[in-house]
Design a binder for this molecule. Structure first.
Ligand SMILES: *Cc1c(COP(=O)(O)O)cnc(C)c1O
Length: 422
């Protein structure tokens, strides 16, 4: 069973100061999970997690992860600014972007970030813009179909993904980068998303480690780091088994010993670039039931909408819902739980069995700590919510205020009449 990390009584207290809807994050959970990740990979000297900033671009959350030893993975100009502001220095930042604008490459170079090239043609682009930095990374796309070892299988089709260098290109790429003066090399690949199996990283590691050996044989380049990127998932549904990061770390170690060590590549550092695994379970969207409707189906209308959490609307993603204070009541009512957008896909849950919901009840929508607030938008003139942090001592800190209409109108100046066509 999924249990919220706050009680109804806590939320009632918090809502006196910060009205719903809001996203709330659990500092204790974030720290414990980050420590478990570092422990799982402690066998690897250079191990580092570069938190995927896009998942939860909040500087307070980033600070917590930084204190736990994490760097940051950025893919845009503003994510680079954010990481810089948080105090990340040089190789504390990975820059994994695609269709990269010149200004973004320049910013990443200025900050001394590790640039992860998404394409063979970007070698030339970067060379002309800034020169090739001493440390450089290439994103690998092995093509074909990807299938994890073991069961249950996870499948994906890298050949249809827009990312990365082909096999031939990456071999050629390292040769060229070496000629152009690069000294330290990395390789990156991201082949499947939100995987629920302990075999994803180990299978990916197997592919990347064998490629690293081939690169050494064919080009003489010895990689310094291999970035397994993101993709380790979390169980959004209560009956799904969670990944065990200790098992994942151990299985990657086995591949490392089997493939890299005998090839004389036992000094390669392993990097990860997790977003969802680091944060999703440690955030919730808290909303209030404000309307009910009894037509062909039963509806509950919340004060939150898809603008606060887009995943159910765009992917049909499941997010578990707890009616706070009714945790032990029978789930004997079938509801569609909706937001107020003029879009029929604005439903947090469809045909969900829940306890009877009364107007004024608070609901916790689980697992919104990653790719939740950050995917928010302003459709229908809806405003972004606040973000709150539940500290380890039980206190609550506002880590982003809610938007006001003034924020929504900030790109016009009504006083100056600069929207006037005349
Ligand atoms: C989104 C992304 C991640 C994080 O993915 P998760 O599924 O959240 O772990 C990591 N690296 C890159 C390049 C990404 O685009």
């Amino acid at each position: 069973m999924k249990k919220p990390f706050v009680t109804k009584e806590q939320i009632e207290e918090i809502a006196k100061t910060y009205p719903t809807p809001f996203h709330i994050y659990d500092e204790k959970g974030i720290r414990e999970n980050a420590r478990a990740l570092y422990k799982a990979f402690s066998w690897n000297k250079g191990f580092r997690e570069y938190f995927a900033v896009k998942a939860t671009p909040n500087p307070f959350i980033m600070k917590i992860l930084q204190e736990e030893g994490c760097g940051f993975d950025c893919s845009s100009f503003t994510e680079l600014m954010l990481s810089d502001d948080v105090g990340a220095k040089k190789h504390d930042i990975m820059f994994s972007s695609n269709a990269t604008p010149d200004a973004d490459f320049k910013k990443a170079f200025e900050l001394g970030a590790i640039i992860n090239l998404d394409d063979f043609t970007h070698i030339d682009v970067l060379d002309k813009l800034t020169g090739i930095p001493e440390t450089i990374c290439c994103r690998y796309n092995p093509g074909g179909e990807f299938k994890t070892d073991g069961s249950p299988n996870v499948m994906d089709t890298p050949k249809d993904a827009k990312y990365g260098f082909t096999h031939e290109q990456i071999i050629e790429g390292y040769k060229i980068l070496k000629e152009k003066g690069a000294k330290r090399f990395g390789m990156h690949a991201f082949l499947a998303s939100n995987t629920l199996t302990n075999d994803y990283y180990p299978t990916l590691a197997g592919i990347m480690f064998r490629t690293a050996v081939e690169i050494k044989e064919k080009t003489g380049v010895e990689l310094s780091f291999i970035n397994l990127s993101g993709g380790v998932g979390i169980p959004y549904k209560p009956d799904q088994p969670a990944n065990d990061i200790a098992v994942i770390g151990e299985k990657v170690r086995e591949k490392f010993e089997e493939i890299l060590v005998p090839a004389g590549l036992g000094n390669i550092a392993i990097y990860t670039e997790l977003g969802r695994f680091m944060l999703a379970p440690y955030g919730m969207l808290v909303a209030k039931a404000i309307r009910e409707k009894h037509i062909y189906k039963e509806y509950i209308g919340l004060d939150a909408c898809a603008a606060n959490l887009m995943r159910p609307a765009i992917y049909g993603a499941y997010h578990h819902i707890t009616v706070l204070g009714k945790e032990n009541e029978p789930c004997d009512h079938k509801y569609d739980v909706t937001g107020g957008l003029c879009e029929n896909c604005d439903k947090f849950a469809v045909d969900r069995m829940l306890p009877k919901i009364d107007i004024g009840d608070y609901v916790a929508i689980h697992d919104t700590g990653a790719h939740g607030f950050s995917m928010g938008y302003n459709y229908n003139g809806k405003l972004r919510s606040a973000e709150l942090l539940l500290r380890e001592d039980g206190s609550v800190k506002l880590i982003r205020r809610a938007e006001t209409p003034k924020d929504y109108f900030a790109t016009f100046d009504f006083a100056k009449g600069d929207y006037d066509l005349k």
